[in-house]
Write a protein that binds this ligand. Structure first.
Ligand SMILES: [Zn+2]
Length: 499
């Protein structure tokens, strides 16, 4: 997520410095298109979970009803007697467990708390009902017991029927007058890693998600007048009896999100062979074109600096959301940034930031609960990389200084306990500490590495890291290992100090 609501006082000082210069973004020309074979071909499909989801949005009742057929594979070296999924919508059931941070509650809930949740209607495999239970402090963990232990390398097909009651909130999941947001909405397999099952609740801090890449096929039925923006390639739209069914498909991707609205307009363009769709709700032609230009520039720049975006399409979506949120192949952007004249700067940095997450979070994944800095600091630093390439190196340096270094320096004495970048999201004292450490000091860490090794080696580090870990989950140690591998020296003292 792009946290722009924080630290308004400190940030306002710096916005004056960079805010007035942001009209400079123009299409980047004279860059040869990058046209390489999709790295998706390198993924062994047989080792991935496969989701086949069919849902229908009931606009009148504010419900989403459907089923998910999940082909789950045991990639571990031990038998599994239970398989766990996250059912994140349940976090919205009670005020105490809501994933909306207290600081944002009033705005996101529009003054009144109203619940949202998921009802599991049935779970079966091969037409046999399976036993299951719902666990966790916020009831977001679904434990399913297969009929027999799932052996290493074995697959099970699980059919989960569900009904989601949508919360009336401007959040990752929720609806308002303009849009229906579906982020973290369906049952998604929990990650089994070296620490065992990761069964964290849906914390109201950071973007507390962790998932393995999987293949997706999703059919979404909506009232005919609705337009759906989603992860993946839109295969077809069928209209029958005042209802429209969209079919989306994507391989080797970390999650699936979508937004539906009966007010969407769509512009389509492409860059480096990647189709970009910009969904907006009105506003001026100039601002909507500006959003598209920022998206194109971001993709072009990160393709060149990090390695090619591995999917065929990406959607930039104006919606009811407090800032910006990254999902695979789709990013949610606060719709107000498309309207308000003072928000053009936010529109630009938020799009650049969320697009950067396609490299850091989507392609290269990480445990965003225990090690949020791994992707977030790189997305934050990518804003600097973006400005260097759209404006100038000096401009990037001034952005680094005013947006990160100075804000950190002004704030650091407020950090009450443990000035650590590397700690689980639930250990941070509050949103401000989290933002200053994970985003700002995190970006400073990358800038310090760059200072030490120079531009060429620094970007070689990021390219190597992307190349080695795309379609996988990386840890802090994996990143450190790449830095050491590329530079040929030990960095433990540096990282111990910084992290
Ligand atoms: Zn972010």
């Amino acid at each position: 997520m792009k946290r722009l609501t924080l630290l308004l006082i400190v940030i306002l000082i710096s916005l004056n410095i960079v805010g007035c210069n942001t009209n400079k973004t123009k299409p980047i020309i004279n860059n040869d298109p990058i046209d390489v074979e999709s790295p998706l071909e390198s993924v062994d499909d047989n080792k991935l979970n496969k989701y086949d989801i069919n849902v229908e949005l009931n606009q009148t009742e504010k419900l989403l009803i459907g089923e998910a057929k999940i082909s789950y594979i045991n990639n571990e070296n031990l038998g599994l007697d239970k398989i766990y999924f996250h059912i994140y919508p349940n976090a919205y059931k009670r005020e105490e467990t809501s994933p909306v941070p207290l600081e944002d509650f009033e705005v996101v809930y529009r003054g009144v708390f109203k619940p949202g949740f998921i009802d599991i209607t049935s779970i079966s495999s091969n037409n046999e009902e399976l036993l299951y239970n719902i666990e966790g402090t916020d009831e977001t963990i679904l434990g399913i017991t297969p009929e027999a232990t799932l052996k290493p390398g074995e697959r099970i097909e699980i059919l989960i029927a569900f009904k989601i009651t949508l919360p009336p909130v401007d959040d990752r999941l929720g609806y308002g007058d303009d849009c229906y947001n579906f982020g973290n909405w369906y049952p998604i397999a929990a990650v089994y890693d070296d620490s065992g099952w990761n069964l964290d609740p849906y914390y109201a801090m950071g973007d507390p998600f962790y998932s393995d890449i999987s293949d997706y096929k999703v059919n979404i039925k909506v009232p005919e007048e609705f337009i759906v923006a989603a992860t993946g390639v839109a295969l077809e739209e069928k209209v029958l009896e005042n209802k429209k069914t969209y079919s989306f498909e994507e391989k080797s991707i970390r999650d699936f999100a979508w937004v539906a609205s009966d007010k969407f307009h769509v512009d389509v363009d492409n860059v480096d062979g990647i189709k970009i769709k910009n969904y907006y709700l009105g506003g001026s032609k100039a601002r909507n074109e500006y959003a598209m230009t920022v998206a194109k520039n971001s993709i072009k720049i990160f393709n060149k600096m990090y390695g090619k975006y591995p999917y065929k399409t990406i959607s930039i979506v104006a919606t009811q959301f407090i800032s910006g949120m990254e999902y695979p192949g789709i990013v949610f952007i606060n719709k107000d940034y498309y309207y308000n004249s003072s928000d053009q700067f936010y529109l630009e940095v938020t799009i650049a930031h969320e697009v950067a997450h396609q490299w850091w979070y989507n392609a290269v994944g990480n445990d965003e609960v225990d090690e949020a800095w791994v992707d977030e600091s790189l997305a934050a630093y990518s804003e600097v990389v973006y400005y260097e390439n759209t404006n100038s190196k000096e401009y990037g340096a001034s952005y680094m200084r005013s947006e990160y270094t100075e804000v950190y320096n002004n704030y650091k004495n407020n950090i009450q306990v443990g000035e650590r970048i590397l700690q689980p999201v639930y250990e941070f004292n509050n949103l401000n500490d989290y933002a200053v450490l994970v985003y700002y000091k995190g970006a400073m860490l990358h800038d310090a590495i760059r200072e030490e090794v120079g531009d060429e080696i620094f970007f070689k580090i990021l390219q190597t890291y992307y190349d080695e870990y795309k379609f996988k989950n990386a840890t802090s140690q994996d990143y450190i290992d790449v830095v050491e591998e590329v530079t040929g020296k030990a960095w433990d003292v540096f990282f111990n100090e910084w992290l």
